[in-house]
Design a protein around this ligand. Structure first.
Ligand code: ADP
Length: 289
């Protein structure tokens, strides 16, 4: 099971080059695509999901030429878009039954059985007869997963899934997502580093339409071992430190500004060594670009 993306490029009619020669090989499991807003993630997700065409390049999933045979991919695709659109005035169960019908589950009894099992899985069974427009953000996201899973897709695309969820809802959603990668290719597009470090076995970072890094989250972190140092400073001192050191990130901590510096050796006595995180690796790449 494999998704192969080769030399994908896309320039919008307003001249924005959203994808520049993007190539990625994505295997079974959970793959994290990390990048800032505007990096090109949604353009890539929509292109893989056959919702828009690239100018150049090719996409192959398990032998399906995706750009030439979009309808073939759609039969095995589950897609949870960033914005799930307007929530209509129908219940979760009604809408899932309707989508199941559209996805080709023709038998009425089978449809009902499939939908009820999915509602159980995403923990919405008890509220299945509630109207969707009354659902919370977390419930809507879980409904989104249920509809994406209809028809047992082998390729699942989830675009910015945890934006706007509170910590409890996010946790529940993580639990659900973590089961998905077992027998399909799942691509999780996000600007939240924690989503990738918590869930993904492989990842890529995309910046300005280009793939700037691929690897396993723990290897990406490990590359920074013994190279990071941190020190709390006053806000006014930041420029001074930036001139002297390679400051890759800064955050407020207990009223002070904690800066992280990249260096081969301890820069000076005031610094403490810092264990690397995926967030550090991400900030390092952003600071370079
Ligand atoms: P991301 O999902 O990483 O936030 P997008 O793929 O949405 O990134 O956007 C990449 C770039 O393409 C941005 O500069 C965005 O403004 C631009 N863009 C996205 N969609 C369109 C469109 N339909 N027309 C013109 N520009 C677009």
């Amino acid at each position: 099971m494999k998704l192969e993306i080769q030399n994908l490029s896309k320039t919008y009619s307003n001249g924005v080059q959203a994808l520049k020669n993007v190539s990625l090989t994505i295997e079974r499991g959970m793959f994290g695509l990390l990048g800032q807003n505007g990096a090109g993630k949604s353009t890539l997700m929509r292109t893989i999901a056959t919702l828009q065409d690239p100018d150049e390049g090719s996409i192959n999933f398990n032998g399906i030429d995706v750009l030439k045979k979009p309808e073939e991919l759609r039969r095995t695709l589950g897609y949870l878009p960033q914005e799930f659109g307007v929530y209509p005035n129908v219940t979760a169960e009604e809408l899932l039954l309707h989508i199941a019908d559209m996805k080709g589950i023709a038998n009425k009894g089978e449809r009902k059985e499939t939908v009820e099992a999915l509602l159980q899985k995403v923990n919405l069974y008890d509220v299945r007869n509630k109207k969707l427009d009354g659902y919370s953000g977390g419930m809507k996201q879980r409904f989104g997963i249920a509809q994406a899973l209809l028809g047992n897709p082998q390729l699942i695309i989830v675009d910015e899934p945890t934006a706007g969820l509170d910590p409890m809802e996010r946790n529940r959603f993580y639990n659900l997502l973590s089961e998905l990668g077992e027998d399909s290719v799942v691509i999780l597009s996000t600007h939240i580093v924690e989503d990738v470090s918590t869930l993904c076995t492989d990842m890529a970072i995309i910046g300005n339409g280009e793939v700037v890094l691929t690897g396993k989250p723990d290897e990406v972190e490990e590359a920074l071992r013994n190279k990071l140092y941190e020190v709390p400073i006053r806000k006014e001192e930041l420029v001074e430190y930036q001139e002297k050191y390679e400051v890759i990130s800064q955050r407020f901590f207990a009223g002070k500004l904690m800066i992280t510096v990249l260096a081969d050796d301890m820069p000076s006595e005031e610094f403490d060594a810092k264990a690397p995180s995926l967030e550090d690796a991400y900030f390092k790449i952003l600071s370079e670009s």
